[in-house]
Design a protein around this ligand. Structure first.
Ligand code: HSE
Length: 375
């Protein structure tokens, strides 16, 4: 159904030259769950990063459609920004209460005209067009600024357009947090098991729906479980992205496009969500020795890739049946290693902030070694 572009994991695109950055000046695009989670982690680890990796980083700009846009070339007081938005729900609070040299810049101006050398793109996910994140990322790459993103939309719909832009402009495009939040999947597949050919992947790739299914088994209603997932920062801004399985379809597309050498749009994934599943269905399945899980699956068949996300009854003896709450898991079938499984948190504020941090450290390590770009 979908054409395979090549059958091998792609090697890193590298150029051996020195391009070390003395200080990472970050433009943070989006100050929602992930943006704030990352900011909190950065504040907590700033000294440790400097001592351990010689990595200096500060946020110089925050641009958020709701909280407003602020920029100080010397660096923002990040704790103050966190405090302001967490104390009030007031629109444009950053612009109203924060005394900085520049306010109200739009996203493109922020990316182009601030002194940031790294753009962290964590705005909301749009799996149809990738926007507005796609424009933010393209603009940053064209400006020669490194990009770290956890935004699934741009990578799911336009990876094959973004990768050449990163290579051409010799910058990094890092997206570890797009699949399974801070649990390492992308670099694990591209680096740790490089040399293996991946034939098939199967897993649970959405934290919110796995959390809802777990809670329904415990007796919660669907609506209460969804509200709790939203409160805990697991769900998408529009939770139908989770419930109707757009989110795991996007993640499957990311894996196909970035590590399986294929080309697929999320809308081409055979997709069914959990909207029709009741507490009674979940509890009946258990009595029959099964658990209902939203299973994402992709496999190569001849010259084609077949991808699907559907609720399935999984026997309780199967490892995926025992992946509960917000935990996700991915089993990869390879030629040299047989099956390899990665398991860990699939969503969450700090967990996804960790993905941004690990990408930042990876960029620093690559640059220190003279590796100049990667996408
Ligand atoms: N809404 C997503 C999930 C967030 O629940 O898995 C992490 O991608």
């Amino acid at each position: 159904m979908f054409v395979i572009l090549n059958v091998l994991l792609k090697p890193l695109e590298v150029v051996i030259m020195s391009a070390k950055i003395d200080e990472y000046k970050i433009a943070l695009m989006g100050f929602g769950t992930v943006g704030r989670g990352f900011t909190e982690i950065l504040i907590k680890n700033r000294e440790w990063l400097r001592e351990t990796y010689g990595l200096k980083a500060k946020i110089v700009a925050i641009c958020d459609i709701y909280w407003g846009s602020i920029y100080d070339p010397a660096g923002l007081n990040e704790a103050k920004a966190l405090e302001l938005v967490e104390k009030t729900k007031e629109e444009k609070i950053l612009e109203k209460e924060y005394d900085v040299p520049h306010k109200g810049w739009n996203a493109v101006k922020t990316i182009k005209e601030t002194n940031a050398n790294l753009v962290v793109e964590v705005t909301w996910t749009n799996l149809k067009t990738g926007e507005p994140g796609l424009t933010h990322i393209k603009t940053a790459l064209k400006e020669g600024k490194h990009v770290v993103t956890t935004n699934k939309g741009p990578i799911a719909v336009a990876y094959h357009e973004l990768k050449p832009l990163a290579v051409e402009n010799q910058v990094f495009l890092m997206y570890e947090g797009t699949v399974m939040s801070g649990t390492p999947v992308i670099r694990f597949l591209r680096e740790a098991i490089s040399g293996c050919h991946i034939e098939e992947m199967r897993g649970i790739l959405n934290g919110t729906t796995n959390f809802i299914l777990t809670k329904m088994e415990e007796g919660w209603t669907f609506d209460d479980a969804l509200k709790e997932a939203q409160r805990l920062g697991y769900a998408e801004a529009d939770p139908s992205g989770d419930i109707d399985a757009w989110d795991p379809a996007g993640k499957i597309a990311i894996l196909v496009n970035t590590v399986m050498g294929g080309k697929i749009h999320p809308k081409e994934v055979d997709r069914e969500g959990i909207r029709g599943i009741t507490r009674e269905d979940v509890q009946k399945a258990i009595k029959e020795g099964n658990r209902i899980k939203l299973i994402a699956h992709v496999r190569k068949e001849g010259g084609e890739i077949k991808a699907s996300v559907k609720p399935q009854k999984v026997p309780l003896s199967h490892p995926l049946a025992n992946v509960m709450d917000v935990t996700n898991a991915l089993t990869v079938s390879t030629d040299h290693l047989g099956e390899v499984t990665v398991i860990g948190p699939g969503a969450g504020r700090i967990q996804t902030g960790q993905a941004v941090l690990t990408d930042l450290i990876a960029i620093h390590r690559y640059l220190t070694k003279g590796i100049k770009f990667y996408a």
